[in-house]
Design a protein around this ligand. Sequence first.
Ligand SMILES: [Zn+2]
Length: 256
Amino acid sequence: MSEADEKREKEQIQLKALVELQKKDNDINDLKKSMGIIPSQIASGQKELEGKKSKLNHLQAEIDSLKKQRNQLEQDAKTEADHMAKTKIKLPAVKTNKEYTAILAETDAIKTKITEIEDKELEIMELLDAKELEIPGLEAEFKSEEAQFIQYKQKKETELARVRQELEEAQSQRAGLAKETDPKFVSHYDKVYRSRENLAVVEIKGETCQGCYQNLQPQVALEVRTGEKVHHCQSCDRFLYFIPEPEPQTESAVPK
Ligand SMILES: [Zn+2]
């Protein structure tokens, strides 16, 4: 093999290595993206569950407040009943009509107050019953969603661990590939990969660069197709490679 042939062959191997390097870099990017997405998926599930919990807490707080109001009303009713008893005790000792009328007016006022308290109590009891009825359903809903979330979180954490491991493997494979490749090639590749939307090695189709879709000089296209020389696209600076179309099957190629 002549020296020129040897150099050409070496360059073509380098070019193939760059294609592999790019595949690995793309894998690494995807894995990194997943590593970022998974925790936010868990967080959003957690937030949804907390929303359910706070709905339940809110309902419980309403119930507690209604119970407090009911207790207060019971207390008020007792106070008024005592007041009524104390007022009625005065009756046998009454001496004048005026005193009698005053006591009657007082007991009437107490009766009205007691009726008001009882009405309010009834209203609160009804509201309390309705709210308490909502609790079991909401609790069951929360429990079921909590169980679902725990499962989802476990699944996502397993996925995250797997992605993390895959990323580590891909990064170490990437380092191995880069080590085996000519540093000159790798450094140009790295520069273009970063500056050209993560695409540094592209195919040519016909005489067109598939990175920037500009036409290449016919001589350049020819040398890329024949593997004569490694070229960069003169427009976008990406490495160019060529994959031959599979030979169309002719009738004579099919064994009879
Ligand atoms: Zn180009």
